[in-house]
Design a protein around this ligand. Structure first.
Ligand code: ADP
Ligand code: MG
Length: 699
């Protein structure tokens, strides 16, 4: 149960004064539904009101706060409400006109009474020779300078939500923030000069200058450290719980794996051997394995996974390989089947499409334990599939999974060891925050003889030439992918862009063109991808739904439209779809140039990274550096935690410290029972890591 002192923070924003359902909906868009979401929505800028000139000194186009005398109101003539209401003002140095469009007359006259002195703040404009200010942001009585803070925070906004209303809402949320027990270590507090939690929260919302917006300001550092500690502690608790659970030891006698190795026309790369050794050492330990294998598309993960599975089979257990789609499951099966045959191990493909007698027979084989290697989709775990003795599970391409889903999967898979394979290279910091509950192996080397993909950036104006190049490839019997952009996370627009491109290409190439997009039903999508895979379709137009890892050896060209809108890691993965056969391959990054006909600096730098290297890890690091963690994997990919304050680039050192601290905590006070432990529980609840606290109770 969440400690009651946090209740005001976890209440709905409508519990705040002046916030009704309508405003709550708008706040929900920029912050979230609860008071704590408002409190954690940090200012993105400040309005600096420290410029206090006289009228004569006032510079055009600047935000100025001026003390002046209200001389005379000039309302619009009767019947002409569109003429602005002018208020003529002055000081000893000159004249300034305040301009209002369709104001409420009584309000205005009350705010600015003729003959009195007022302080106004707003942007100075020149209109002919006269100075004016339209709709001042602030009006205060003379002598009330205190009512004018030198700086105001600026928050993320959405249509209908003004800065003023948002500021008021955030202030109200801060009033609800209680004092909380200190969970940070005293030595860290002292070393960094960090204020307490509540003090830090107040300070980040009261920036006095640009430097207070910096991620390195002490208040923001403190808040980031809290967020990272909650993340690392939750992962450490999950890890601890798993280690405490008895697993199975799979020592393996090599009887099956040696047969598979002998049947291969090549030997494993050093990186494959290294990853496999790490996996086998986990399997040989008495606790349950949860390990992630990262490696670029084509680095040979599947083979490593299979050799690990067969090691479990050597000890008599059944194993399962789960792929994210039917097509990928089938492809895996086709690769794995001959290798299993070589070792005389029975292998079966289970999909939702098996029907009738065949379905019954396959499932019986699995239930009775005859089938040792089962390949399938997630249906393997939700369906009527029962295993006799499932000991080892491999999950392929699960970068879309988050820690929560993985936790659920493990709870279901009983005692089975778990190996997750992903083709998304993940920078170390991101790996720590999202896979901190797992051990990680990396396959950083590709099998020898792979040719680099010729990567070019081409402006959209040269579309015609690109279409011709695709035409020539098709004439040579090769195939092409044509990837259409993500349009600002709008599915409908995505689809339209892809459909339009499809129609244009179909007009030129006829029935050789196919289309897949996210709105299509699974089987419908699979049918198109499979037709491409079989070579019936030559050009596959797709939104990013095209499956990672789909293997079409004749595909030699991939065109990526609006490449500037994709994350680098995503582009790299898309590129990995070509160059799998022995023919030279090309990746064309079609970009839309800016107004000046050129590509922006960042966009150019990003495309250059891609042209210069095919090392997925290097690309991932660069992407993180260029775009920041939130976007490094492309906004469309979820499964990575979103931080509110912490920034993977800026706070990398804090992350390392949080990880060490979390390990120390779990070692010294595994039940979070001590005084600091109790405070840490509050921290976990504050960052909604209720799942981790639950693990404590169930021991
Ligand atoms: P991944 O799953 O990492 O994308 P795969 O396991 O599908 O990669 O391997 C891609 C291709 O490389 C397959 O055709 C596989 O047989 C081949 N392969 C795997 N390991 C090696 C190796 N050590 N040497 C040569 N080819 C290999
Ligand atoms: Mg693969």
């Amino acid at each position: 149960m969440r400690p009651s002192l946090l209740n005001p923070l976890f209440a709905d924003v409508t519990t705040l004064p002046g916030i009704g359902p309508k405003l709550a909906a708008l706040i929900g868009k920029v912050a979230g539904p609860r008071v704590v979401d408002l409190a954690f929505t940090l200012p993105t800028g400040i309005v600096d009101r420290s410029y206090r000139p006289t009228i004569a000194e006032a510079l055009e186009d600047r935000l100025a706060t001026i003390t002046l005398r209200v001389d005379r109101h000039e309302p619009p003539p009767p019947g002409k409400p569109n003429v602005p209401w002018r208020v003529l003002c002055s000081d000893e140095t000159g004249f300034l006109t305040l301009v209002f469009f369709r104001p409420r007359a009584d309000w205005l006259r009350q705010q600015l009474p003729e003959g009195e002195v007022r302080i106004v703040s707003g942007r100075i404009e020149r209109y002919g020779s006269a100075l004016q200010m339209a709709h001042p942001d602030l009006i205060a009585e003379a002598g009330q300078d205190d009512a004018l803070p030198p700086a105001e925070p600026v928050y993320p906004m959405t249509a209908g939500l003004t800065g003023k209303v948002m500021r008021r809402a955030v202030s109200a949320s801060l009033e609800k923030a209680p004092d909380l027990p200190e969970w940070q270590r005293p030595d860290l507090l002292a070393r960094h000069g960090w204020p307490g939690w509540r003090e830090a929260l107040g300070r980040v919302h009261r920036p006095e200058g640009r430097e207070d917006l910096s991620p390195q300001s002490v208040a923001r550092q403190r808040m980031a450290a809290d967020e990272l500690l909650s993340n690392q502690l939750a992962l450490a608790l999950i890890r601890q719980r798993r280690a405490a659970r008895p697993g199975r030891r799979f020592s393996g006698d090599g009887s099956l794996t040696s047969q598979v190795r002998e049947s291969l026309p090549f030997s494993l790369t050093g990186a494959q051997e290294q990853a496999l050794a790490e996996i086998l050492s986990d399997m040989d330990a008495p606790s349950r394995m949860v390990r992630l294998v990262q490696g670029d598309v084509g680095s040979g993960k599947t083979l490593v996974g299979l050799l690990a599975m067969l090691t479990a089979v050597e000890s008599g257990a059944q194993t399962a390989l789960m792929a994210p789609t039917e097509i990928l499951a089938r492809q895996h099966y086709e690769t794995i089947r001959p290798l299993c045959d070589a070792a005389n191990v029975s292998c079966e493909l289970l999909t939702g499409r098996d029907k009738g007698q065949e379905r019954i027979a396959k499932r019986a084989g699995v239930a009775k334990g005859y089938v040792k290697v089962v390949v399938g989709t997630h249906a393997l775990f939700s369906d009527d599939v029962a295993f006799d003795d499932l000991g080892f599970v491999v999950v392929d391409e699960q970068h879309r999974f988050g820690v929560h889903q993985r936790l659920a999967l493990q709870e279901k898979g009983a005692q089975a060891d778990l190996l997750v394979m992903t083709a998304t290279p993940i920078p170390r910091t991101l790996a720590l925050t999202s896979y901190g509950d797992m051990e990680v192996s990396q396959i950083t080397e590709k099998p020898p003889g792979r040719k680099p993909v010729d990567t070019r950036a081409v402006p959209l104006q040269k579309l015609d030439r690109v279409v011709e190049a695709v035409g020539r490839a098709v004439a040579r019997g090769e195939q092409a992918y044509w990837v259409c952009p993500l349009v600002e996370a709008n599915d409908l627009l995505d689809q339209t862009a892809a459909e339009e491109r499809y129609e244009a290409l179909a007009a030129r190439f006829g029935a050789q063109v196919g289309l897949v997009h996210g709105k299509m039903k699974g089987p419908q999508k699979d049918a198109v991808v499979e037709a491409f895979y079989r070579g019936e379709i030559k050009i596959l137009v797709a939104t990013t739904v095209i499956e990672v890892g789909v293997n079409a050896p004749d595909a030699t060209i991939i065109v990526i439209e609006h490449a500037e809108r994709f994350g680098l890691a995503q582009l790299h993965q898309l590129r990995g779809r070509v160059g799998r056969g022995d023919k030279p391959a090309t990746c064309i990054l079609l970009y839309k140039a800016g107004e000046n006909g050129k590509l922006g600096e960042t966009a150019k730098a990003r495309l250059n990274v891609l042209r210069e290297t095919e090392d997925g890890f290097l690309i991932a690091e660069q992407d993180l550096a260029l775009r920041g963690a939130g976007d490094a994997l492309g906004t469309a990919q979820s499964g990575f935690p979103r931080f509110r304050v912490a920034d993977m680039q800026e706070h990398a050192a804090l992350l390392e410290a949080a990880r060490d601290d979390a390990s120390y905590i779990v070692e010294t006070d595994p039940q979070l029972a001590g005084e600091r432990g109790q405070a840490l529980r509050v921290l976990l609840y504050l960052f909604s890591r209720d799942d981790a606290v639950k693990l404590l109770h169930s021991g």
